[in-house]
Design a protein around this ligand. Structure first.
Ligand SMILES: [Ca+2]
Length: 123
């Protein structure tokens, strides 16, 4: 079962970056519906322009991992995260992507793009 969550490009962060859509304040929050939950799933997120080590991803408040690092500003790279069955539920589910801080610039939130967010689920 292939579930598109949000295929558009989102800018997570706090800066104005030329050529990027404006950043929204705070973490990126999206939702998706699951008709049923039969097994673990894989979450796909394309990512570009990261500097922080850990840009975390949560499903319904459960941390499922962090985005792979991709410092390129020209090409997206795909992150694949395993989502345990316990993190999902039938009906409406929430996903949150929380940008981290850049290690070499204390207190500076990372700025990056995510796109093509979708889920491959059992059943
Ligand atoms: Ca920043």
């Amino acid at each position: 079962m292939h579930i598109p969550i949000d295929l558009t490009i989102h800018h997570v962060g706090d800066d104005v970056v030329a050529g990027w859509p404006p950043a929204k304040a705070g973490p990126l929050k999206l939702g998706f519906n699951l008709p049923h939950v039969h097994g673990p799933a894989t979450l796909h997120i394309d990512v570009m322009g990261t500097q922080a080590e850990h840009n975390e991803v949560f499903i319904n408040g459960t941390r499922v991992g962090h985005l792979r690092g991709n410092s390129s500003t020209e090409e997206f790279a795909r992150t694949e995260l395993k989502v345990p069955i316990s993190a999902m539920k039938q009906g409406y589910n929430r996903i949150m992507i929380m940008g981290g801080l850049i290690d070499s610039q204390p207190g500076e939130p990372d700025d990056f793009l995510v796109s093509n967010i979708h889920l491959h689920a059992a059943g």
